[in-house]
Design a protein around this ligand. Sequence first.
Ligand code: THU
Length: 134
Amino acid sequence: MASLDTLFEAAKAIQAKAYAPYSRFKVGAALATADGQVFTGCNVENAAYPVGSCAEAGAIAAMIAGGGNRIAQIVVMGEGEHLVTPCGGCRQRIREFAAPDTPIHTAGPEGIRKSFTLDELLPFSFGPDNLTGR
Ligand code: THU
C-alpha cells in the first residue's frame, strides 16, 4: 500500500490545482487502494454555487475511473488553522468504498494533523448492506 507520506505529498500537490475562486478555500484529497494505487482530487467550484464538487468526490471518481474499488486510507488537505474533516456528503461517499476502520487523515500544509476511522466520522452509517435482504 502507498505510504502516508506519499499520500500527504499527493494531496498537497493536487490541492494546489483546486479551482476555488468563490470560497478561496482549496482542498486536496489523495486516497490509496489496497493494491498500492493512488488517486487524487481537488475541489472544483462553480458560479452556480451548489454545483461545485469536493476534493474527496474527485478522488473517488478518479479511483472508479481508474479501475479501483476500495479505499485503504485517505488524506484530506485543507487550509487554515482548523481541522478540515470531510463534509457529511463526502463521509457518505467514502463510506461506499471503505470499511469502518478505514483511516481518514486530516492534514494541513505542515503535515498530518489528526487521524480518524470512518466509523468515528460516520457512526451507524447506511451502506450497501442495508439494501440487501429486503
Ligand atoms: N470542501 C472539500 O472539497 N472537501 C471537504 O471535505 C470540505 C469542503 C470544499 C468545498 C468548497 O469548494 C470549499 O471546500 C469550501 O467549502
